[in-house]
Design a binder for this molecule. Structure first.
Ligand code: TIU
Length: 245
């Protein structure tokens, strides 16, 4: 257990965060990249077909790329999730299919293939954040990453206690996942510039909800704070090498 009052123990990283510093150990932490899929992020994807401005999500890609590189450097467990369904849509609730009375909805043929269907081009993760061999790619039928998946089993088997949570959209799949993780006893740090929403106000308020009431669901910080905290914990010689000093 972490003792948040006593400060970071050896091996732990302390990140300035709201409502107070977030302490974690890279060896028992996983980076979650939620639904960084073409269907949500790219022009002509599902998100844009729904009338959303996808440029609001594009700004997440660069800072999240830097966090992903740092997590890889720390040998952290990395989990990429994808929201989507089997080609026969047997795992898609009829309510989800019907919702929105959309002309082009889940399973419909779109410019990037069938919308939110596994195996289709639009369903996959954007090239900039493509998973590497050995990283977990988790297909999920719902908004939460724990519902109807084996994520909890994999995290427990790997001894994971903390989750650094990123991805899209802040108030939908990111928030649902943080709530699910919190109830399962995982400590969550949400990186605000590595999450995005089609609705800036929802993004802001969703993050406030996480950190309110003493961190009712977890902590909120930014990629710069996390990267700085990680570099502070490296031995000076290693830090000099990796920073080109
Ligand atoms: N990944 C995720 O958040 N799925 C959504 O459908 N989000 C929307 O904001 N629509």
């Amino acid at each position: 257990m972490f003792d948040h009052a006593a400060g970071p123990a050896p091996g732990q990283v302390a990140v300035p965060a709201r409502p107070y510093a977030y302490e974690f150990e890279p060896a028992t932490s996983a980076l979650l990249l939620i639904d960084m899929q073409r269907d949500f992020l790219e022009p002509d994807g599902f998100g844009e077909l729904l009338g959303n401005d996808v440029s609001l999500l594009a700004r997440v890609v660069e800072p999240l790329g830097a966090v992903l590189a740092a997590a890889r450097g720390e040998d952290m467990m990395i989990v990429h999730t994808r929201e989507g369904h089997r080609p026969d849509l047997a795992d898609c609730p009829p309510s989800k299919l019907a919702r929105g009375r959309l002309e082009l909805g889940i399973g419909s043929p779109g410019p990037k293939g069938r919308i939110l269907v596994r195996g289709e081009y639009g369903h996959d993760i954007i090239d900039e954040l493509a998973p590497l061999p050995g990283e977990v790619v988790l297909d999920k039928p719902g908004k939460g990453s724990f519902y109807a998946t084996d994520l909890e089993l994999m995290l427990r088997n790997a001894g994971i206690k903390s989750l650094i949570v990123t991805g899209v959209t802040t108030e939908v799949c990111v928030h649902t996942t943080v709530r699910e993780a919190n109830d399962r006893g995982f400590e969550c740090l949400v990186l605000e510039d590595c999450c995005g929403s089609y609705f800036p106000e929802f993004h802001r308020v969703a993050l406030e909800m996480v950190a309110a009431q003493g961190g009712i669901f977890g902590w909120v910080s930014g990629s710069a704070e996390l990267l700085q905290a990680l570099s502070n914990t490296r031995p000076p010689v290693l830090a000099a090498v990796t920073e080109g000093a």
